[in-house]
Design a protein. Structure first.
Length: 237
C-alpha cells in the first residue's frame, strides 16, 4: 500500500531574500536520487517562489520551521549564522519515560554507524554535539521536552534522547517498537526560530504550532526509560 502524500508546506514568512515555512511530517527537505525521492520542499515551492536554497534541513518525519534562501548571498549568510550559532532553534518532542531532573544537557559526540539508510550513534571519535533540554509536561509514561541543539548534526536530537534512555515517540530508527506505535508519527517538531535577518538586520522570530494534540493514545506502561542512564551529561543547561 503506497504511503499517503504529505501535505503542502505552509509559508509563514516571505520577503525578497528568504522564506520560513512550516514543513509537514513525511515531506523531504531536499530531493534525493530517483523518482521515489523527488517530492520535497523545493519541488513543491519553486514553481511559485523561484529557486530556493536550504541552509539547514529537517528529517523527513520531523515537522516545523525550515529556512529557505532565495539567493546565493542570503544562503551564504544564513549558513554562516548557523555555523556561528547565531540562529536559535527550539524543538518540542514527546519522549518515553520521565527524566530524573527537570532539565539537562547532553554533550556526546556523534558518528555515522551506517550509510544506507543513514544511522548515527554516540561514539568518542565522532563530532562534538550538544543538546540542552527542559521537561515541560509529564504524562502516563511519557513527557514533553523543549530542546535546543547547540550543534546541527544529522539525527542529533533523536540519537541524544535515545542514548539518554528517552527515545522520541514514533521514532522508527532509534526507538523501541512499543514507543513507535504509541504516537503514530515521529513526535519531533521544530517549534520556534529566532535570528537576525541577514539582509535587513532586523530580528525575526517565528513559531509553528504543534501539529499533534495531547497525550499519545494510551499510556506507556510500564514507563519506558523512566530514568536516564547514569553519567550521561545531565548537568543543568
Amino acid at each position: 500500500m503506497p504511503s499517503p502524500v504529505p501535505a503542502d508546506p505552509v509559508v509563514l514568512h516571505a520577503d525578497p531574500w528568504l522564506l520560513v515555512i512550516d514543513k509537514p511530517s513525511g515531506l523531504l527537505s531536499q530531493s534525493g536520487r530517483g523518482p521515489a525521492l523527488a517530492d520535497a520542499v523545493p519541488a513543491r515551492l519553486e514553481p511559485a517562489w523561484g529557486p530556493l536554497r536550504l541552509p539547514h534541513r529537517l528529517d523527513r518525519d520531523t515537522s516545523g520551521l525550515l529556512l529557505l534562501a532565495r539567493d546565493p548571498e542570503t544562503h551564504r549568510s544564513l549558513s554562516m549564522a548557523l555555523e556561528a550559532r547565531r540562529l536559535r532553534r527550539t524543538y518540542l518532542a514527546d519522549v518515553a519515560g520521565w527524566p530524573s531532573a527537570p532539565a539537562g544537557r547532553v554533550e556526546a559526540a556523534l558518528a555515522k554507524a551506517r550509510h544506507r539508510p543513514p544511522l548515527y550513534r554516540v561514539h568518542p571519535a565522532g563530532r562534538p554535539s550538544r543538546t540542552d533540554w527542559w521537561c515541560l509536561e509529564r504524562g502516563a509514561g511519557w513527557c514533553r521536552l523543549r530542546l535546543e541543539p547547540h550543534t546541527g548534526r544529522s539525527h542529533q536530537l533523536r540519537v541524544h534522547l535515545a542514548w539518554l534512555g528517552h527515545p522520541i515517540l514514533g521514532d522508527p530508527l532509534y526507538g523501541p517498537a512499543r514507543s513507535r506505535g504509541a504516537a503514530g508519527r515521529l513526535r519531533l517538531h521544530a517549534w520556534r526560530l529566532n535570528l537576525v535577518h541577514p539582509r535587513t538586520g532586523e530580528p525575526l522570530s517565528l513559531e509553528a504550532p504543534l501539529p499533534w494534540q495531547g497525550a499519545p493514545p494510551g499510556p506507556l506502561t510500564p514507563p519506558l526509560g523512566s530514568d536516564p542512564q547514569p553519567g550521561r551529561g545531565l548537568g543543568a543547561p
